[in-house]
Design a protein around this ligand. Structure first.
Ligand SMILES: N=CN[C@@H](CCC(=O)O)C(=O)O
Ligand SMILES: [Zn+2]
Length: 410
C-alpha cells in the first residue's frame, strides 16, 4: 500500500488487541483469554483510525510503498489499546483533606454528607469558582489521566446542582472535548445530591422542568453535546421514584442512562436500571442477587469502582459473582475530591487484589467493557481496524498472562 500514513508502530513484542472480532463487550470467558499478537506492527492513517494490524513481516510488505509521519520502534515493548475510565467527577474546586481526617477518625461518608459536608462542601466551592479556574484545574487533571494511559474518560457535572453551575461545569467539559487530545464522554449529573433548601421531589421537578429542557435546547443549537444522564440513587439522596422520573426524562431527550446505584444501601437500583434500559450503573456494592441477574439479562454494564470501596472501607462489589452470572463488568477511577486517583493502572491493580479479578479481566474491564459502558465500543476499547488509534506503549515485553495468542492479523 502506498501513500502517507500518520503512524507506524513496528515490531512490538506483544500487541494486545483485547478482542479482534468486533465484539461490543467481553463476558467472563472472553475476558479470561484476550486476543494478543506476538511480534506485530500497526498502522494508523491520516484520519487517526487504525488501518492495519498484524504480524510485523506482513505489515512491512503491505506498506512497503508507504511513508509515515512517525515511526516508533516497539521492539521488546508491548502495545495496548488506550485505557478507558468509565466514571469520574473531575471538575470541581476546593479540596476535602479535612474530611479525610474526619473519616480516619471514624466518621462515615454519609455522616459527613448529612452534616452538610462531602458533595455539599464541593458544591459551595464550585459555585464560587470561575469557569476559567475550573477549566485550568480540569485540564491539568485530564493531562495526568492521559499520562497514566487513559485516552477516553467519562466526565460528570454534579457539583453545581443549580442550573447555572451545572451549565458552567458542562461548558468546561465541552471546551475540553473540543480542545484537548483526549476522548471525553460527558455526563449531566445535576441529581448528584439534593441541594440545600429543596426536597428531593422539588429538586427532581427542577431538573425535569428546567435543567433538561435547557440541555435539549443547547443540543439543538449545537452548543453542547452531553452524552449521559446520572442520578445518585441512594437512601437520603434520590429515592427510586425520583431516580426513575429523572432518568426517564433524560432518556426522553436522548441521553444514555448511566447512574450511581446500590452503593451504600440496597436500593434496587440495578433492577431499575435494567427496567429503564440503562447503559451502565456504577458502584453496586449493595446490589441484590435479583439486580445482578437483571443487569446481566439487560446487557447493562456494571461499572465497578475499587477506589471507593477502599477509601470508604465499604464492602467490595461482588465482581466474581457478577462475572460468573454474565454481567458486563467495567472499571472506573471514580476520581473525585473524596477518591483522588487519576490512574486506571492503579484501579486495575485494586480490582485484582481487592475484588479478585484476574489481570486479563481487569484489562478487559478497563478497555472494551468500559468503552461499552459509555456506548463507545464501536470505536474504542480494542485494537481493531477501523477503530480510533488510541494506543499505549509500555516499556515491558508483556502485560501479564494474556492467554490466547493469535499469530495472524485480522
Ligand atoms: N457517590 C456519589 N458520588 C461520588 C462521590 C462524590 C463526592 O463525594 O464528591 C462517588 O461516585 O463516589
Ligand atoms: Zn461517582
Amino acid at each position: 500500500m502506498a501513500g502517507e500514513q500518520r503512524l507506524l508502530l513496528e515490531n512490538a513484542r506483544q500487541l494486545v488487541l483485547v478482542c479482534g472480532r468486533g465484539e461490543k463487550y467481553l463476558l467472563q470467558a472472553g475476558m479470561a483469554s484476550l486476543a494478543v499478537l506476538q511480534n506485530a506492527s500497526l498502522v494508523v492513517g491520516q484520519d487517526g483510525y487504525i488501518k492495519a494490524v498484524g504480524p510485523a513481516d506482513v505489515i512491512r510488505n503491505q506498506f512497503s510503498g508507504a511513508t509515515f509521519e512517525r515511526k516508533i520502534d516497539c521492539t521488546g515493548k508491548c502495545v495496548l489499546p488506550g485505557l478507558v475510565d468509565a466514571h469520574t467527577h473531575p471538575v470541581w474546586a476546593g479540596d476535602r483533606v479535612h474530611e479525610f481526617a474526619m473519616k480516619l477518625a471514624g466518621a462515615s461518608y454519609m455522616e459527613i454528607h448529612q452534616a452538610g459536608g462531602g458533595i455539599h462542601f464541593t458544591v459551595e466551592h464550585t459555585r464560587k469558582a470561575t469557569e476559567e479556574e475550573l477549566f485550568n484545574t480540569f485540564k491539568h487533571r485530564l493531562e495526568r489521566m492521559r499520562r497514566a494511559g487513559s485516552t477516553l474518560v467519562e466526565c460528570k457535572s454534579g457539583y453545581g446542582l443549580n442550573l447555572e453551575t451545572e451549565l458552567k461545569m458542562l461548558r468546561v467539559i465541552e471546551r475540553a472535548k473540543q480542545s484537548m487530545d483526549i476522548g471525553i464522554s460527558s455526563t449531566y449529573c445535576g441529581a448528584h445530591s439534593v441541594p440545600k433548601g429543596k426536597t428531593a421531589t422539588e429538586a427532581a421537578d427542577d431538573i425535569i422542568n428546567n435543567h433538561l429542557p435547557k440541555l435539549k435546547e443547547l443540543k439543538l443549537s449545537g452548543e453542547m453535546h452531553v452524552n449521559n444522564i446520572d442520578v445518585f440513587c441512594e437512601k437520603g439522596v434520590f429515592d427510586l421514584d425520583s431516580t426513575r422520573r429523572i432518568l426517564q426524562a433524560g432518556k426522553d431527550i436522548g441521553l444514555q442512562i448511566n447512574f450511581h446505584g446500590d452503593e451504600l444501601h440496597p436500593m434496587k437500583s440495578a433492577e431499575l436500571g435494567a427496567e429503564l434500559g440503562a447503559q451502565a450503573i456504577s458502584h453496586l456494592e449493595e446490589v441484590s442477587d435479583e439486580g445482578i441477574a437483571a443487569i446481566a439479562r439487560a446487557k447493562c454494564a456494571a461499572v465497578l469502582l475499587p477506589t471507593t470501596a477502599y477509601m470508604l472501607r465499604l464492602k467490595q462489589p461482588q465482581a466474581r459473582k457478577m462475572l460468573n452470572e454474565g454481567v458486563i463488568v467495567a472499571l472506573g477511577s471514580d476520581f473525585n475530591p473524596n477518591a483522588y486517583c487519576f490512574s486506571m493502572p492503579m484501579v486495575m491493580h485494586l480490582a485484582c487484589v481487592n475484588m479478585k479479578m484476574s489481570m486479563n479481566e481487569a484489562l478487559a474491564a478497563a478497555t472494551i467493557n468500559a468503552a461499552y459502558a459509555l456506548g463507545k465500543s464501536d470505536t474504542h476499547g480494542s485494537i481493531e481496524i477501523g477503530k480510533q488509534g488510541d494506543l499505549v506503549i509500555i516499556n515491558s515485553s508483556r502485560t501479564g498472562q494474556m492467554g490466547a495468542v493469535t499469530d495472524s492479523g485480522q
